[in-house]
Design a protein around this ligand. Structure first.
Ligand code: CIR
Length: 266
């Protein structure tokens, strides 16, 4: 007889003292309270720990204002991880530290120039991978991802993103067959095989939800959309991400989640 235990690890990166100097694309710069951002980030890590994740927090200095948004630096699959080449040049120095920790968990593949890729542009639902072509991610990155992933049975589809930073600002998965979408920012036709929940009309930035096995981590700032998730029978755990939102980040972007199954004979 044997059974399986799943080890769940969340890689996070601490909030930089220079967070206020972050990249901004669609937002106007407003003051950011770094201590408040750190407190919110700790609460986010606690929400992951409550869901059974072991947190591996990387450190970060003043030279990497955006490093807390660790999702953009890698994309983790069961078989391998892809280290990105971020679209913002200021973020490329974030990759070596993330690669060094991820190589303990997965064989690494690297996206190479002229491709640019932010992990926030990659939505994986089972073996289906959607890659947003945005200001950060280009078509060459989609081609490279396809070459890396096709041998493992993944289909990689390109999706045009407009009006927001990343594909996952516009659409995220709530379940294997259910997506949360802002249809102004990503075309619903690209996701025709899924059931869709639309964000509340007053909450355009509410499409970024972090799906865990049995719950959805979701920003408290979007109660109208949270109610829609509740109506679908989802367990919603609210987190305050208001300071990180001023840096154009949301809930998926602050972690890289790794699940490893280990067989135990008994
Ligand atoms: C940036 O512009 O790169 C950061 N200020 C925000 C990145 C947010 N990342 C994400 O949603 N995946």
């Amino acid at each position: 007889m044997h059974d399986y235990s799943v080890t769940k690890v969340a890689i996070t990166r601490e909030v930089s003292p220079a967070l206020a100097d972050c990249e901004l694309t669609h937002l106007t710069r407003v003051p950011i309270d770094v201590d408040a951002a750190r407190a919110q980030h700790r609460a986010y890590e606690q929400a992951l720990a409550d869901a059974g994740y072991t947190i591996e927090r990387l450190s970060c200095g003043a030279d990497m204002p955006d490093a807390v948004f660790v999702e953009d630096i890698a994309v983790v699959f069961d078989e391998l991880a892809i280290i990105t080449r971020p679209g913002a040049e200021s973020r490329r120095s974030e990759t070596p530290t993330v690669a060094a920790v991820l190589e303990r968990y997965r064989p690494l593949h690297f996206v190479c120039a002229p491709a640019t890729l932010d992990g926030g542009d990659v939505l994986s639902v089972g073996k289906r991978v959607f890659v947003g072509v945005s200001r950060r991610t280009n078509a060459e990155a989609v081609a490279q991802m396809r070459r890396i992933l096709a041998p493992h049975g993944y289909t990689v589809r390109e999706v045009a993103v407009r009006g927001c930073l990343h594909l996952k600002s516009a659409v995220t998965a709530l379940a294997d067959d259910l997506l949360l979408l802002n249809e102004e920012w990503a075309p619903p036709a690209a996701f025709s095989e899924f059931d869709l929940v639309s964000v509340h009309p007053n909450e355009p930035s509410a499409a970024n939800a972090l799906r865990l096995d049995d719950r959805i981590i979701f920003p408290m700032a979007f109660p109208g959309t949270a109610a829609r998730l509740g109506q679908r029978g989802l367990r919603v755990v609210g987190v305050d991400a208001s300071e990180l939102a001023k840096a154009e980040g949301a809930v998926t972007c602050c972690s890289l989640l790794i699940h490893d199954s280990q067989r135990r004979d008994r």
